[in-house]
Ligand binder design. Structure first.
Ligand code: FAD
Length: 402
């Protein structure tokens, strides 16, 4: 059986579901395909180990597509200060919401909260159809349209096929798009912890020889940690007893939040630098992690993906309203030019910061400490970094502007 849609999106994670909401609420018939149904209900006292720091730009996008109110209902945690310091030098940096026009620097949100709110929203948009659970068996791209064959035999035809199926995107492979990148040989160890001292709605990040350790303040008073460690150390730490793990964590924290009291389930995610050599093919575009995977040290992966979703949705909506084809090569090239450079710049900065802080040369260590202090005392430079980290850059998609 064959069904026709203006757009088909494969992957209903944060990025794909955002693009689907943006298109459907503009009256564009869109199908969202995902292999798994996301969790929508969970016991009140539990916290997802996957938490993302969402920027002001992402907040604006999620507000514009109608998901933010449901996210607030399910729980989002604002933070208004960020303290970054180097374990091996005197370097430190502070960012404060008081230096901006906003009451917070961003929000910490469990990934499941964002995805559930987006799927709730999709269910009430009459132009959105969900195919789930369904996997893509094959795709065909040619000059007239894209065709998606699902593993249950259904065929979806569309003017534009958008792949948001994550870092190991099978659609990217099916479209014949190669990637460039490398493994960091580091893992991001994540967990939820309780600490003796209050987090003070501050995001704390300490740079250590193996990588940064971040304490991200949650609404319930706990912290979500993202601890970058060598792959080997991370694999050891995920299976340590709670007591031993907390001891290592407390030592690594430099005591900033007092005693580490308890830790929930732990997970370790191997980190990779990877970008797709092209973002587009005939009637086909990559968004989110399918297009780029970056180091999580500044928590920008999902934020970058949400900007991709907002950019492609804006181009499609404008083309539709102007009566132009929505899967044209011209539109796709516009999308690629808009997002690829910005994403590469962000990925490059994350990669450089990771290298700077994992270098153990003494002279270099002192230099980076002085550099941090210089930035901390230079209001203009600090303000630039602050706004960049909040996603407030030039050339933002309309959905990302407040
Ligand atoms: C430790 C760690 C911490 C992070 N912290 C932050 C942070 O603080 N802030 C931030 O912005 N980012 C952060 N990130 C990055 C962020 O998690 C990712 O960038 C984001 O989740 C990518 O979303 P996505 O929707 O592109 O892909 P995914 O979340 O991977 O979603 C892909 C979807 O596609 C579906 N799918 C896959 N294959 C198929 C198929 N063949 N057919 C159908 N469906 C399919 C999957 O079921 C899934 O729903 C972090 C990453 C790590 C590893």
């Amino acid at each position: 059986m064959s069904k026709a849609y203006a757009a088909v999106i494969v992957g209903g994670g944060m990025v794909g579901a955002t693009a689907a909401c943006a298109l459907a609420q503009a009256g564009i018939k869109v199908a969202l395909v995902d292999a798994h149904n996301p969790v929508r209900d969970w016991p009140a006292e539990t916290v997802d180990i996957r938490v993302s720091a969402l920027t002001r730009a992402s907040h604006n996008i999620l507000q514009a597509v109608g998901a933010w109110p449901a996210m607030v209902e399910r729980g989002v945690g604002p933070y208004d200060h960020m303290h970054v310091w180097d374990a091996d030098s005197a370097g430190e940096l502070d960012f404060d919401a008081a230096d901006t026009e906003f009451t917070e620097l961003g929000h910490l949100v469990e990934n499941r909260v964002t995805v559930a709110a987006l799927w709730d929203r999709l269910e009430i948009l009459s132009d959105a159809s969900i195919h789930c659970p369904a996997k893509v068996a094959d795709i065909e791209l040619d000059s007239s349209a894209a065709k998606v064959v699902l593993d249950d035999g259904q065929i979806l035809t569309t003017e534009i096929l958008i792949a948001a199926d994550g870092r190991d995107s099978s659609l990217r492979q099916m479209a014949g798009i190669q990637t460039t990148g490398w493994e960091y040989k580091q893992d991001g160890l994540v967990a939820t912890i309780s600490t003796e001292n209050s987090h003070q709605y501050t995001a704390w990040q300490r740079f250590l020889p193996e990588g940064p350790l971040a304490f991200l303040p949650l609404k319930n008073g706990q912290c979500s940690i993202v601890w970058t460690l060598s792959h080997q150390t991370a694999q050891e730490y995920v299976v340590l007893t709670e007591k031993d793990f907390l001891q290592h964590l407390e030592q690594a924290s430099g005591g900033v939040l007092g005693e580490m009291l308890s830790v929930g389930p732990r997970g370790a995610f191997p980190l990779r630098f990877q970008y797709a050599n092209q973002y587009i093919a005939e009637h086909f575009a990559l968004i989110g992690d399918a297009a780029h995977a970056m180091h999580p040290l500044a928590g920008q992966g999902a934020n970058a993906g949400l900007l991709d979703a907002a950019a492609i949705a804006e181009l499609i909506i404008n083309a539709e309203q102007a009566g132009r084809p929505i899967g044209s090569h011209k539109l796709l090239r516009q999308y690629e030019r808009w997002r690829k450079g910005d994403n590469l710049a962000m990925m490059g900065s994350m990669d450089m910061i990771n290298k700077i802080y994992t270098t153990q040369n003494e002279g270099f260590r002192q230099l980076r400490g002085s550099g941090m202090s210089w930035i901390n005392h230079s209001a203009w430079v600090k303000n630039y970094f602050n706004r960049y980290a909040m996603g407030l850059r030039d050339d933002l998609p309309a959905f990302a502007r407040s």
